[in-house]
Design a protein around this ligand. Sequence first.
Ligand code: HEM
Length: 116
Amino acid sequence: MLSPKVLVMLARLAWVIALIIGVLIYGGHTLRIEFHVIPGAIVAFSLIGLALMARPVAGFLSVIGVLVALLLPVVGLLQLTDVDSLKPSLTGVHILLALASIALSEILAKKLRSKA
Ligand code: HEM
């Protein structure tokens, strides 16, 4: 069963993998983007799960969690478009959203633990 504990562990593991592959891609290694997008999507789905579970205890933070989880892949994939002038800003926003996603996962999981 997908308990908050399992979801936050999944988010942590997938986050580290997405980060390592993301940094390798940034460093110019030619890796299949799926190796980054699949763990990235696991981070996003775990955050949505935690946000929905934590809704009664976390209130508006849950809404922020869902928004961040949705924006993370959208901004991530926008980096693949051909608008070169936007690329640095998109990369910056993508990394901020990635940091926010793991921070929110941890905070929401903590709120769920303290409720139990
Ligand atoms: C569903 C979620 C995600 C999607 C769809 C996604 C997609 C992408 C894409 C398309 C790129 C550009 C690769 C390129 O320039 O060819 C990228 C880069 C990157 N992503 Fe993600 N990503 C996601 C989640 C994450 C997460 C969770 C992290 C952090 C742990 C992360 C960190 C990075 C980093 C460090 C880069 C390198 C920046 C760059 O190449 O400009 N991403 N991502």
